[in-house]
Design a protein around this ligand. Structure first.
Ligand SMILES: [Zn+2]
Length: 305
């Protein structure tokens, strides 16, 4: 049973502009890195349903986003979050893709999944689109999984270089979900200090600019991975951002491709102890196209192909 890759052409339609780092070419880059891997099955992402979205976002919030989508050109929701015709469909495919991946895994049709979708989601709060993100896909996916009677606890591992403020906001009072995030501090969005612990279910692991792979691995070995192990989740979700890579233009954490392989293999090893090996991962950030191809490839190889 191999890793499934979830994708949809609608994810190319969201276009925040030629100078914006969150470009449709990111998906081409990720897929190009997977081209010669054998045994990968590519499956199309369905759109998320209103029932799935409303578990995280009030439907009037999402209706307002849909209404603002322009017929042509683009509008700004904030300084770096934009809507053009197709943005809504792209976000729906991304959230729906992760829910579909989870369904495939829980039906034993796959063990692992990687959703090569965009725009990213982990900055989106229940009533606030921000930081390139419209819907919070990983939060929607976690709550979708928890509706399955076999799933009592979900762990979300977020190694994007930015703090997943939106994911933290959704779950900080929900003990059924553990959120563990490593991220560079200081950096956008400014949240994610170690003092933010939710109801004991939030573990923030701030790293400093220049820390590199050694500090990243030490932090996950000493704190992040043991916390997930102790939580004993029935399913592990991964917010897989590749912007901690040394090539990335938006941050300075200086990870290498091998660090992405390492964290992915550690997550999979851990999943064998608690979640029957089940891991569903979704693309978050990552803005250097070469790094997306090479580190994304290592991530999928780590998931097992
Ligand atoms: Zn990021």
């Amino acid at each position: 049973m191999s890793t499934i890759i979830i994708q949809h052409d609608d994810c190319f339609r969201h276009d925040p502009g030629p100078k914006h780092p969150e470009s449709p070419r990111r998906i081409n880059a990720v897929l190009s890195g997977l081209e010669d891997l054998r045994g990968l099955e590519l499956l199309p992402a369905p759109r998320a349903t209103a029932e799935q979205i409303r578990t995280v976002h009030p439907l009037d919030f999402w209706a307002a986003i849909e209404e603002q989508e322009p017929a042509e050109g683009r509008i700004a929701l904030d300084a770096d979050t934009f809507l053009n015709r197709g943005s809504v469909d792209a976000a729906l495919r991304a959230s729906g893709g992760l829910c579909f991946a989870i369904d495939q895994i829980l039906a034993d049709k796959a063990l692992r999944a990687f959703c090569a979708v965009r725009p990213p989601g982990h900055h989106s709060e229940p009533e606030q689109a921000m930081g390139f993100c419209l819907l919070n896909h990983v939060a929607i996916g976690a709550l979708h999984a928890l509706e399955n009677p076999s799933i009592a606890r979900v762990a979300i591992i977020d190694f994007d270089v930015h703090h997943g403020n939106g994911t933290q906001a959704v779950f900080e009072k929900n003990p059924d979900v553990l959120f563990v995030s490593s991220h560079q501090v200081p950096l956008y969005p400014g949240t994610g200090s170690a003092e933010e612990t939710g109801c004991g279910n939030i573990l923030n692991l701030p790293l400093a600019p220049g820390d590199g792979g050694r500090a990243f691995r030490r932090t996950w070995n000493r704190q992040g991975l043991p916390a997930v192990h102790d939580f004993a989740p029935d399913l592990i979700l991964v917010s897989a951002g590749f912007d901690a890579h040394q090539r990335d233009p938006l941050a300075q954490l200086e990870l290498e491709d091998a660090d992405y392989r390492w964290i992915t293999e550690e997550i999979c090893e851990l999943s064998r102890d608690c979640s029957q090996g089940r891991v569903a991962s979704i693309l978050e950030g990552g803005y250097d196209l070469k790094a997306l191809a090479s580190a994304g490839r290592e991530h999928v190889l780590g998931l097992g192909s």
